[in-house]
Design a protein around this ligand. Structure first.
Ligand code: NDP
Length: 370
């Protein structure tokens, strides 16, 4: 059966079939032999599912970020994580009592890795408890919720970051550097293809109440976000068209496939595809007057592969979640500024575009963005 996991495995065949790269081979990965005695971000993960587990494992290689707590609805998982990651009982919470985290001085931040619809209420509660928040994508189900989350974190004086791991990926950053340096000349076109064949029809990703939509919320968001960081501009309009080949599996409000287009102030346009019905879709292409860049795969767990008119991109692979957590610790604890933002405002920009895409699908009209 095809699932998101098998999709990611397809994208990362090389990573899985080749021996795992050592940390020395990973550019930005923390150097095991260099002692670190700076500040450490102590993190509790909320939602011990597939991605939460991946983040927890990757964090074991971090120096600036440490997994110290869990919030979960499944006591058996809590026990297993306590043993595996040496997590003390006093740092374990469930969804009813995690507001008490406010009285726990040993936790600095909570990483919310639950189904999409839960992000909004959970982030509001974490902010109220006075802890920094890292929230998975999509940050919320719509821009209204996203704005409330940004406002709540501002009011509580805590940071809100979104798990945009590609913002720290070396080949991605090289293309952004080249674009900023003018190496592609004027860029007028971007294409983003994001999709996989989703399996199990009972999973929360196909449940509108928990997912908030379909492929667009889950995987199409990579093309939206990628268009913005690759072009370095915010869209001023969108158009979108939805198609559905399986109305049984993709119920009302759960999009199977959406094609969408965006227009930018410079005159550049983007053409993107988001789908839960097709394989082999993980590709970015940027075209400028003097050159081009291509990433394929572009947003899987890696290794990311890419080339430009100047040749293959050779930046080494890193474990995205390790580097993301190191960098996010720097942002939260030291006020570091990432090359591509990962804050709540950044998450909100994507949500505004998602709102507009759904409206464009419904009305058939071009939607202007402020
Ligand atoms: P999973 O279904 O694997 O895990 C979600 C976890 O959330 C569950 O294991 C459960 O943990 C908890 N949970 C709480 N309430 C519910 C509920 N009502 N239904 C189901 N689970 C619940 O999902 P993923 O880990 O794949 O995805 C979680 C989030 O991470 C999503 O927002 C997704 O978009 C994002 N994600 C991001 C990726 C990235 O590359 N940045 C990749 C994959 C996912 P517990 O039993 O501990 O309560």
């Amino acid at each position: 059966m095809n699932t998101r996991r098998s999709f990611l495995q397809q994208l990362t065949t090389a990573a899985i079939t080749l021996p795992l790269l050592s940390f020395e081979e990973c550019t930005d990965a923390p150097q095991a032999d260099v002692p670190y005695d700076g500040p450490v971000l102590r993190v509790a993960i909320m939602g011990l599912g597939g991605y939460g587990t991946r983040v927890a494992d990757a964090m074991q290689a971090c120096k600036k970020a440490k997994l110290v707590g869990v919030i979960s609805g499944t006591p058996a998982k809590v026990k297993a994580w306590q043993t595996k990651y040496n997590i003390p009982e006093k740092n374990c919470y469930n969804y009813d009592n995690f507001d008490n985290i406010r009285n726990n001085p040993d936790i600095d931040a909570v990483y919310v890795i639950t189904p999409n619809a839960l992000h909004h209420p959970q982030v509001l509660r974490v902010a109220k408890a006075g802890k920094h928040v890292i929230c998975e994508k999509p940050m919320a189900l719509n821009a209204k919720e996203g704005q409330e989350m940004v406002d709540a974190c501002k009011k509580a004086n805590v940071k809100l970051l979104v798990g945009y791991r590609m913002h720290f990926e070396p080949k991605t950053l090289e293309i952004v550097r080249m674009r900023k340096a003018g190496e592609f000349g004027k860029v007028l076109f971007f294409q983003g293809l994001s999709g996989f064949r989703i399996g199990d029809p009972t999973q929360w990703r196909l449940n509108k109440q928990l997912a908030g939509g379909g492929s667009m919320m889950d995987i199409g968001i990579y093309s939206i976000n990628g268009t913005r960081y690759m072009l370095g501009e915010e869209p001023i309009w969108v158009t979108a068209q939805e198609t559905k080949t399986d109305k049984e599996k993709f119920k009302e409000g759960v999009d199977e496939t959406i094609q969408f287009q965006m227009g930018f102030p410079s005159g550049a346009v983007a053409s993107c595809l988001s789908t839960y019905a097709m394989s082999n879709l993980d590709r970015f292409f940027l075209d400028g007057v003097n050159g081009y860049a291509e990433l394929q795969p572009s947003t899987g767990y890696g290794p990311i592969k890419g080339r430009t008119h100047k040749g293959e991109l050779t930046q080494p692979h890193n474990t995205h979640q390790t580097v993301q957590m190191e960098e996010m610790a720097g942002i939260i604890l030291e006020g570091k500024q990432p090359e591509i933002p990962v804050d709540g405002e950044e998450g909100l920009r994507d949500l505004k575009i998602i709102d507009a895409i759904y409206e464009a699908c419904k009305t058939g009209k071009r939607i202007d963005l402020k």
